[in-house]
Design a protein around this ligand. Structure first.
Ligand SMILES: NC(=O)c1ccc[n+]([C@@H]2O[C@H](COP(=O)([O-])OP(=O)(O)OC[C@H]3O[C@@H](n4cnc5c(N)ncnc54)[C@H](OP(=O)(O)O)[C@@H]3O)[C@@H](O)[C@H]2O)c1
Length: 325
């Protein structure tokens, strides 16, 4: 017969073994690529995975542009990165992914002031944003997680081609696997029973759109010039969970604290995809835990990718001269 203390002991044992197993599974980027003379843009780099990615690029000698929405947070991140890496070539520029106008202003500034862009990491993202439309008339989660990055990529692509070989890295999510995407409704909040589930679906849909547009863009580009890949960073303990509420927050935070990757661990795949020499010319692929993985089944659909691409171009209000043929 099991006594209470035996049950507690075995629960703790399982918890500890699971924690050790998960820690041992985490792979490091293993890249020693020097980025002196290169310029990298990382969106959403004041915190979380984006911050660690920018810190890593700065430590490799890159000129790093922190693309953030809050000036104080951006300044603070800039100061911390310069202090830690002793690389003074770290600047910030403001961008708000809920505004197409802001994305356009950011891209114009970069195109006018920067000589080159070698790496663009579309990292900014958020969940739990609810059933809201932005001033552009776009569903907020779809705009922040996909449409704004889609637009930014289009607007910076010419400069990236001139800086060849260059890399675009889209930080997606395994959540895409559970997406229920209806192309005609990618800009609509799904009417499901629970608002939290509707939010999760919206997040999943936005991340699937990002992966589908990664494969579609790769098909349009010469991989010797510009590569574009997507990745899942893992389950990472970052600010992204800040909008959870009530008991879900308490339960989830205990699990997150115990089992999720640290931001430093969570940035490894982004850094790998952005810098590893093993990936020269590799494009249109999906990565997880510093390895290429098979595209999720829902993302293995070229027709769907083409439709999502066309819809994204419409929602991003791309002018015909800006469209990639
Ligand atoms: N954490 C995970 O478990 C996980 C799993 C799968 C995928 N991801 C993806 O990884 C990426 C990084 O997330 P994270 O976990 O590092 O989360 P995070 O710590 O919350 O960082 C997200 C970054 O995006 C920025 N951002 C959010 N909304 C923005 C907006 N409207 N305009 C400009 N910037 C905005 C945030 O800026 P503020 O600080 O100003 O809000 C922050 O810098 C996201 O794309 C996320 O979807 C994360």
């Amino acid at each position: 017969m099991f006594c209470c203390s035996c049950v507690v002991f075995y629960c703790l044992l399982v918890a500890v073994v699971a924690k050790i197993y998960l820690k041992l599974r985490i792979r490091r980027n293993g890249s020693y690529t020097c980025l002196m003379g290169k310029t990298a843009i990382v969106t959403g780099s004041n915190t979380g995975i984006g911050y660690v990615t920018a810190l890593d690029f700065a430590s490799r000698g890159a000129r790093v542009i922190l693309a953030c929405r809050n000036e104080n947070n951006a300044k603070d991140a800039q100061w911390r990165i310069i202090k830690e890496t002793k690389n003074p070539n770290v600047i910030y520029k403001l961008i708000d992914m809920t505004s197409l106008e802001s994305v356009r202003a950011f891209a114009k500034d970069i195109n006018e002031t920067e000589d080159r862009i070698d790496i663009l990491v579309n990292n900014a993202g958020a969940g739990g944003l609810g059933n809201h439309n932005t001033d552009d008339g776009l569903q907020i989660t779809m705009q922040v997680n996909h449409i704004s990055s889609f637009l930014l990529t289009h607007l910076l692509l010419d400069k990236m081609k001139k800086s060849a070989p260059s890399r675009i890295v889209n930080v997606a999510s395994i959540a895409a696997r559970w997406s229920k995407l209806d192309v005609d409704k990618i800009n609509e909040f799904q009417p499901v029973a629970s608002p939290a589930w509707a939010d999760t679906l919206m997040y999943a849909n936005s991340k699937l759109c990002s992966i589908l547009c990664t494969t579609e863009l790769a098909a349009k580009l010469n991989p010797a010039e510009v590569t574009v890949n997507a990745l899942h960073p893992g389950a990472v303990h970052t600010d992204i969970f800040r909008r959870m509420k009530g008991i879900i927050k308490v339960v989830a935070h205990s699990i997150i604290n115990l089992y999720f990757k640290t931001p430093e661990e969570g940035a490894q795949t982004t850094i790998y995809v952005a810098t590893s020499n093993d990936l020269l010319g590799i494009s249109g692929k999906l990565f997880d835990n510093c390895r290429q993985i098979e595209l999720y089944a829902v993302a293995q659909n070229p027709d769907l990718a083409k439709k999502v691409w066309a819809k994204s171009a419409e929602l991003a209000k791309l002018e015909s001269s800006e469209k990639i043929k």
